[in-house]
Design a protein around this ligand. Structure first.
Ligand SMILES: C[S@@+](CC[C@H](N)C(=O)[O-])C[C@H]1O[C@@H](n2cnc3c(N)ncnc32)[C@H](O)[C@@H]1O
Length: 213
């Protein structure tokens, strides 16, 4: 997501620590007890962008915990403003690069991972940056609980094929997938993201994949 740099973003995030958890590494293994103060399942979205998806999901499942992860402060503040306005008890956000996931979550601490419209990084030399590359799948293996799930949506057909192969090659259980979410039974419960709405308006098919550890 390309956005103009917002020099005030870091200060804004620090001033709103009720929703934007500071120093996330301090909570490794402690998210439920210390941050959410309950023992409900912890679900994370990596690459939250503007936040509509995770906000809607948090409202739908008030008895589960949700953590939005976004690496750019200038993007994160767009979600944070909405999260503050909603005042949800079960949703927090952190500025963090998923490349360091195992520094923030203990083994088996996470219930579900959502990857929505992840950057495709189409050039071969950038393959390791794709969030469905083996490097990331290995992190997900560690932090997900047994039978934990990953839900992945993308408009990008090449990234989708790549991701399907990557999950298969790394022994994930493919529970189901569709290359046309909007003409599938999954549409009923689907929560669209900002990127998704844009691509659907253009008539683009949306790919969806659901895997289990
Ligand atoms: C294409 S946007 C999609 C945003 C949103 N999920 C949506 O569907 O509307 C991808 C987002 O992922 C974030 N992102 C990419 N790589 C990341 C990483 N390694 N860690 C955290 N966030 C990342 C980007 O900054 C960007 O905001």
């Amino acid at each position: 997501m390309r956005l103009r740099n917002k020099p005030w973003a870091k200060d804004y995030i620090m001033e709103n620590s009720t929703f934007a958890t500071q120093n996330p590494k301090n909570y490794k293994g402690q998210w439920k007890n210390n941050v959410f103060k309950n023992n409900n399942p912890l679900n994370i979205e990596i690459g939250t962008g503007k936040g509509d998806f995770i906000i809607a999901l948090s409202k739908k499942y008030p008895d589960q915990n949700f953590l939005a992860i976004e690496r750019y402060p200038s993007v994160l503040v767009l979600s944070l403003k909405k999260i503050i306005a909603e005042n949800l008890h079960n949703l927090k956000i952190i500025v963090f690069d998923a490349a360091l996931l195992t520094g923030v979550f203990a083994p088996k601490e996470v219930n579900k991972i959502y990857l929505n419209f992840s950057d495709p990084w189409p050039k071969a030399r950038h393959e390791k940056r794709r969030l469905t590359n083996k490097i990331f799948l290995d992190f997900y293996q560690i932090i997900l609980q047994d039978k934990g799930e990953i839900h992945f949506k993308t408009d990008n057909d090449q990234l989708f094929k790549y991701s399907l192969t990557s999950f298969l090659d790394n022994n994930w259980k493919i529970v189901d997938y569709t290359t046309d979410l909007y003409h599938s039974s999954y549409l009923v419960n689907n929560i669209p993201t900002e990127y998704e709405q844009r691509f659907v308006k253009l008539g683009k098919n949306i790919n969806y994949l659901y895997v289990q550890k």
